[in-house]
Design a protein around this ligand. Structure first.
Ligand code: PLP
Length: 292
């Protein structure tokens, strides 16, 4: 909001809401574009052809967004390292285009729920740019680590995405609920969601310095979540927040070492940020018992 550009940020309640907003906006943009390109097709014919993509490692909220948006989301196979790469997306898009479908959006994850794997944003962005597909990044958990210079690698490629969300209620010590969402071009969301009534009019309408957040979200009214973000930031400071994230990482490193030094256990995936995935060696039943 600090410049004249079309970008902007909004605080949503949850990652699920942010993903849904991105999916709905991308869908509406695609419908408008295809109606111009193919006036011979009806709107319902176009809507019936829309298709979206994510990885089979993405959070359940991605699939749910597809259900609510009435747009199938293909869960593409991640690699053996559980990372989704451009190659898999390119193959799926090419097949779908061949069969007459309209690719709309790809939702990548930085920090998957299962193992905190980071999808390859650079290669996904290249494919999305080639096919005019919206790229959203769900960084619900790992996004908090964007604040650390030593985690700069995590941010690779995010300047090329259309939208991004991360949960301040995860790593950033803000209490639930609070999910930050950024949009490269907020007009794409506002144009999709703008429904006016006479009782919603006000004298500052259309002034970009005073965004009308009701057009950026599902509900009409909003909670004042920015207040608790402000209080948390003012209380702890940027260094305090960084220290908190670093503490989580160092605790996970300690735990990883304990697992590695113990013959009864093994790591299932490489440690990532504060997450260590491990299991007892041997039969799966032992893992089930331990979990219980
Ligand atoms: N995305 C990822 C990667 C997550 O790990 C989670 C929750 O664990 C979510 C989305 C859902 O978050 P929310 O409860 O804010 O919708």
């Amino acid at each position: 909001h600090a410049t004249e550009g079309p970008g902007g940020g909004v605080i949503q309640g949850s990652a699920s809401e942010a993903v849904l907003v991105a999916v709905l906006a991308a869908r509406e943009q695609a419908v408008v574009k295809y109606r111009e390109l193919h006036p011979e097709l009806s709107e319902s014919e176009i809507r019936g052809k829309l298709i979206a993509y994510s990885s089979d490692q993405s959070n359940s909220c991605i699939e749910k967004a597809g259900v609510i948006a009435a747009m199938p989301i293909k869960l593409l196979p991640a690699g053996e390292d559980l990372i989704l790469r451009g190659e898999a997306l390119k193959k799926a898009i090419e097949e779908d285009v061949q069969e007459g479908r309209i690719p709309v959006i790809c939702i990548a994850t930085l920090g998957t729920t299962g193992t905190c794997a980071y999808d390859d944003i650079e290669s996904l962005a290249t494919v999305c740019e080639d096919h005019n597909v919206w790229l959203h990044v769900d960084a619900a958990y790992a996004g908090g680590a964007f604040a650390l210079d030593e985690c700069a690698d995590l941010r690779r490629g995010i300047d090329r995405v259309d939208s991004l969300n991360f949960n301040l209620h995860k790593f950033m010590l803000v209490n639930f609920d609070c999910s930050a969402m950024w949009l490269k071009d907020a007009n794409k969301v506002v144009d999709s969601f703008n429904v006016d009534r006479i009782y919603l009019k006000h004298k500052y309408e259309g002034q970009s310095q005073i965004p009308d957040f009701r057009h950026w979200q599902i509900p009409l009214g909003r909670r004042f979540r920015a207040l608790k973000v402000w209080i948390t930031f003012r209380t702890l400071g940027a260094e305090g927040l960084r220290a908190h994230v670093r503490k989580h990482i160092s605790l996970a490193e300690q735990f990883e070492k304990l697992v590695k030094d113990d013959k009864r256990f093994e790591l299932v995936a490489p440690r990532a940020l504060g997450l260590v995935c491990f299991r007892p060696k041997g039969d799966n039943e032992i893992t089930a018992q331990l979990l219980q």
